[in-house]
Design a binder for this molecule. Sequence first.
Ligand code: HEC
Ligand code: HEC
Ligand code: HEC
Ligand code: HEC
Ligand code: HEC
Ligand code: HEC
Ligand code: HEC
Ligand code: HEC
Ligand code: HEC
Ligand code: HEC
Length: 315
Amino acid sequence: MKRRNLKWLRIELPVVAALLLFAVLPAIAKDQGDKSKPPTPGASIDTSQYVGSDTCKTCHEDIFKNFEATPHWKTTLNHKGPEWQGCEACHGPGKAHVDGGGDKSKIFTFTGAKTEEISKRCMSCHEFGEEHANFDRSQHNKNGVSCIACHSPHHAKERQFLLVEKQPLLCYTCHTETKQDFSRPFRHRVDQGLVQCTDCHNQHGGFLTKQLRATAAQDQVCFKCHADKAGPFAFEHEPVKTEGCISCHSPHGSTNPRLLKRAQVNLLCLECHTLTQDSGVPPVPSFHNQSQKYSACTMCHTTIHGSNFDHFFFK
Ligand code: HEC
Ligand code: HEC
Ligand code: HEC
Ligand code: HEC
Ligand code: HEC
Ligand code: HEC
Ligand code: HEC
Ligand code: HEC
Ligand code: HEC
Ligand code: HEC
């Protein structure tokens, strides 16, 4: 519990700072809300307030050039109204800003905007498809992490996907505890680029806890790469299916070989297979020596994830 509280504190600090900023600048924040609404499909739009990206280019040439080199240039091919095209698709109508000689209070700026307002703008085009459709329900959205915490349309360090930083560094900037998980002696080689955080998690949100992804067949994400553990087996080891891989493994990293949760495999087994018959789990037979000093349970029970040949997982 204590550990978790600390983590919250750390993560909330920037959020608190951002909130304070809003307390100081309420007038500006409010103003921003009024002056340029995001393009809402179906809403009546005064198209005379849009000037087109070529006009923006005259004063913001660097940004324009950069914009042309990102996938967002494709918005200028949009056959829908001007509110869906180029610079103004994100920044809203620019006429007042231009008429004011670049009056920055007359255009939507992302800096200092509310996180939900930012994400709403991006989502007006990106809410479709299963990848992003659930952003609203994500822990990221609920905790004030907007699209531009990870993406930057103009200053992306990582051109592919317009990321502010590449994985896993991007994720570690906030998830410092997770960084420690992956520096344990046994771990998924995320730091080496063999496996990515986003192979297992949907950073944009989804239906499962911990923003976990599932395979196409809606099974545990682990089966995507460890298909041999999926079975079906004639003799299933029940917890693999009912409690999942994490009942025995630490998915990120562990001080124990095979990413096991316990240092001794015997202790792991004995957590469920006690000496006495209680919770319906078969007790360890009396002829078994219980102590971890003796041979590992998996010496004999080798096919621990399930077997097609043997009830007791001997082969
Ligand atoms: C006549 C020149 C001019 C044109 C045309 C122009 N801008 Fe600007 N814009 C400026 C200037 C100058 C600033 C800086 C204002 C400041 O720092 O006070 C600015 C600032 C901005 C900012 C805010 C930057 C910040 O500090 O957060 C945005 C966003 C912006 N412009 C977008 C646009 C868009 C989109 C267009 C086209 C619709 C556009 N501008 C067209 C001159 C122009
Ligand atoms: C996909 C949405 C999007 C589009 C399209 C877009 N912008 Fe931006 N703009 C942003 C965001 C988000 C920021 C905040 C900085 C960042 O994250 O890159 C920003 C920041 C700015 C700034 C502030 C200064 C800076 O360098 O950050 C200016 C000026 C600006 N945009 C102008 C433009 C112009 C001109 C165009 C068209 C050529 C344009 N933007 C197209 C989203 C967009
Ligand atoms: C916590 C960080 C994070 C947040 C928040 C986030 N993204 Fe992403 N996004 C990523 C990463 C990382 C990738 C690249 C994934 C990969 O390498 O496969 C990505 C990929 C994408 C892609 C391209 C790939 C695809 O599946 O279409 C789009 C578009 C995108 N994000 C849009 C958004 C939008 C819109 C939002 C806000 C509603 C958002 N993202 C919020 C981290 C984030
Ligand atoms: C007017 C519609 C529109 C808006 C608003 C918009 N995008 Fe996009 N976005 C696009 C289009 C179109 C593409 C290109 C898709 C393609 O290449 O198939 C794209 C691509 C992307 C990609 C993928 C880049 C890659 O390398 O594949 C990311 C990331 C992204 N947008 C993030 C954002 C973020 C963050 C915002 C809000 C600041 C935003 N978008 C706002 C239309 C939009
Ligand atoms: C700007 C900070 C920030 C960045 C960058 C970030 N996250 Fe998060 N993330 C958070 C916050 C805040 C939460 C919600 C609080 C919590 O559960 O820790 C969260 C929650 C999560 C959760 C859900 C945890 C749970 O207990 O349900 C996962 C999984 C996650 N993030 C993965 C990622 C991945 C993968 C990346 C990189 C692509 C990433 N995050 C980048 C801030 C961030
Ligand atoms: C091999 C799959 C896998 C990879 C790769 C992975 N995770 Fe996880 N992660 C999980 C699973 C499974 C859980 C749920 C653990 C639980 O419920 O006990 C989890 C839990 C989390 C949580 C919730 C807090 C916690 O530790 O339980 C966060 C935050 C998180 N992961 C972030 C990340 C980040 C950031 C990366 C990349 C640096 C990453 N994960 C890579 C599978 C993975
Ligand atoms: C994107 C593919 C991928 C996903 C998804 C994945 N793994 Fe892995 N896993 C690997 C690879 C590759 C290795 C081999 C690691 C190495 O050699 O560094 C591995 C190794 C392991 C090992 C250690 C094997 C050994 O011999 O020490 C365990 C245990 C493991 N994974 C469990 C899991 C669990 C549990 C999940 C789901 C939470 C999962 N994996 C999801 C790719 C994946
Ligand atoms: C009942 C506990 C238990 C569960 C549940 C479990 N494992 Fe294991 N797993 C083990 C043990 C014990 C070992 C070590 C076996 C050995 O050392 O011979 C192991 C080893 C592994 C290995 C490395 C050796 C090999 O056989 O490839 C991988 C990969 C692995 N498990 C993946 C998974 C995945 C994926 C899941 C979920 C589908 C899962 N495990 C569920 C106990 C479990
Ligand atoms: C998370 C709890 C859990 C853990 C940990 C666990 N098991 Fe099991 N095990 C079960 C359950 C539940 C069953 C199925 C009972 C049934 O079918 O009635 C089972 C079944 C078995 C069976 C087959 C028994 C029979 O009569 O068919 C063997 C053998 C076995 N486990 C050995 C092990 C070994 C060895 C380990 C350690 C590597 C282990 N188990 C770890 C819960 C667990
Ligand atoms: C030397 C080989 C060996 C080792 C080591 C071993 N077992 Fe067994 N295990 C057996 C045999 C033999 C059976 C009985 C098969 C039968 O009844 O035909 C068995 C049966 C079981 C059963 C099923 C009991 C039932 O009534 O259904 C469980 C559970 C079990 N072992 C758990 C464990 C655990 C936990 C460990 C580690 C503490 C372990 N075993 C270590 C050989 C071994």
